[in-house]
Write a protein that binds this ligand. Structure first.
Ligand code: NAI
Length: 471
């Protein structure tokens, strides 16, 4: 089965539908665009004409290509059965989508495919009651559709594998990277991304660090935005609704428990950027962190402990240090004081004078530590800017990355996607600097499991239970 030359009907000419129509037309398909709001489809086409004009003016698109794209899009004032593929991007409501599919099935030939852009509704549930449930598949685009490369191709229990494969290949022809996903709450991206927000919210709830510090540390680790500024951008109302729906859809598995910190922002109407206030005030955004001015105390004996990238980096910065490869910790011994890479133990559990530091994923920038500040000052010899936080196990980056890996591991174990799919989805759907399994390969599986186990012991709940896949 192929959809490569299919005639396309896009239903719903809102934010997503208009983008999907554009991408399909740019790939050469004849596209009809329908919306049940009178004039909406024509208005979406007019708006696209302006966007394309802008691209032509900037020299990013030829005038011919722009005209050809536009000529392929026809606003429709009623639903039509003249389509090989329908992409549905209407309101996110199970009953309304089901009613639309019933209407479409009465018009379409039996072999036509229906793809839904739903971001949160089960594809299995949407297919129930259809005459040909095998033809329904999820085709989950990301906003803004013309720019975001990822498409999750979501199969429900009854989806015909040939239909999923045809949509997968079509998305590739449209210049997207498609990833197969099984229909489960949050699919891939919205599920695996939960800990990125949840760990920050828990750190805030525990008063471990200020939002601007959490953001700075995760930005230094390579994320484009820290979790707090990102939630402010998405909108706390939207982000809280997604978290709540994933929580409910998992039968209230406590791992996905929404946060009281975020609930309070929603209650206050502090939705983020769009309401002028969230964690931060806008347009100002996150306040700058104060400059750090700490001197490295003098030392007589230095020893680099442990193996791996962080130990190698320490040794490169201190080539005259002794190397203790077979150590049960990673870091620097400075005249008997320990500067240790976090393994989930808190500084307070370790010998006096110890500082525990966060996972340094990049070559510079802010890094969290807990414990002794004189010891932590040695982090500056790695080009890092030490920032003191509360003595929370796993600090900020290590804890967040470990939890993203853990969630991805569970998703793979449960057959939601494969490892490569999880990596591609997180890099392309939410612009992560690396995929969870890429982080795992660079880190150390046993270290991740040990860190999660310590978090689990510290918090005693379901949140940090280790995925059997990692064990
Ligand atoms: P939107 O509100 O911008 O557009 C929805 C359009 O559908 C409106 O123009 C509305 O008039 C039309 N519509 C509603 N009921 C209809 C019906 N029965 N028949 C025909 N047209 C109908 O919404 P948006 O953001 O484009 O979302 C559409 C779908 O895409 C939803 O399922 C949403 O969950 C999903 N989605 C949204 C993303 C986003 O970032 N906004 C990202 C990925 C998926």
């Amino acid at each position: 089965m192929t959809l490569n030359d299919s005639r396309i009907l896009v239903v719903g000419a809102g934010l997503m539908g208009a983008g999907i129509a554009q991408v399909a037309a740019q790939a050469g398909h004849a596209v009809r665009l329908y919306d049940n709001r009178a004039g909406a489809a024509a208005a979406a086409r007019d708006k696209l004409a302006q966007t394309l004009d802008g691209l032509v003016a900037k020299g990013k698109l030829s005038a011919e290509a722009a005209a050809a794209t536009l000529a392929r899009i026809t606003p429709a004032d009623q639903l039509t059965g003249e389509a090989d593929l329908v992409v549905e991007a209407i309101v996110e409501n199970l009953e309304i989508k089901r009613a639309l599919f019933a209407e479409l099935e009465a018009l379409l030939p039996a072999e036509a495919v229906i793809a839904t852009n739903t971001s949160s509704i089960s594809v299995t549930a949407l297919a129930r009651g259809m005459q040909h449930p095998g033809r329904l598949v999820g085709m989950h685009f990301f906003n803004p559709v013309p720019l975001m490369k990822l498409v999750e191709v979501v199969s429900g229990l009854g989806t015909d594998p040939a239909v999923a494969q045809a949509v997968f290949e079509l998305a590739g022809r449209w210049g997207k990277t498609a990833v197969h996903a099984r229909s489960t709450p949050g699919f891939i991206v919205n599920r695996i991304a939960r800990p990125y927000y949840a760990e920050a919210l828990l750190l805030l709830q525990e008063r471990a660090a200020a939002p601007e510090l959490i953001d700075a540390c995760l930005r230094a680790a390579g994320f484009r935005m820290g979790p707090c500024e990102l939630m402010d951008l998405i909108g706390h109302d939207t982000n809280f609704a997604v978290t709540s729906s994933v929580f409910a859809a998992n039968f209230f598995d406590r791992r996905f428990t929404p946060s009281l910190v975020q609930q309070e922002l929603v209650d206050a109407g502090y939705f983020g950027r769009k309401s002028g206030r969230g964690f931060y005030r806008y347009p100002e955004g996150p306040p700058a962190l104060p400059p750090v001015d700490i001197a490295v105390p003098s030392a007589v004996r230095l020893a680099v402990h442990g193996r791996g990238a962080v130990a190698d980096r320490l040794f490169a910065a201190h080539p005259h240090a002794t190397r203790v490869l077979d150590s049960d910790w990673i870091g620097l011994d400075i005249d008997g004081r320990h500067l240790r890479l976090t393994d989930g133990q808190r500084a307070a559990e370790l010998p006096r004078g110890t500082a525990v530091f966060d996972l340094p994923l990049a070559s510079g920038g802010d890094i969290a530590y807990a414990g002794d500040t004189d010891t932590a000052a040695w982090l500056t010899t790695l080009g890092l800017v030490p920032r003191q936080v509360a003595d929370a196990p796993g600090l900020i980056v290590a804890r967040t990355i470990a939890m993203l890996i853990n969630e991805a591991a569970d998703a793979v174990q449960q057959g939601v996607c494969d490892e490569a799919g999880a990596d591609a989805a997180m890099k392309l759907g939410v612009n992560y600097p690396a995929g969870p399994f890429e982080w795992l390969a660079r880190w150390d599986r046993r270290a991740v499991v040990a860190l999660l186990d310590r978090l689990d012991q510290h918090h005693r709940g379901e949140r940090y239970r280790v995925s059997p896949y990692l064990k």
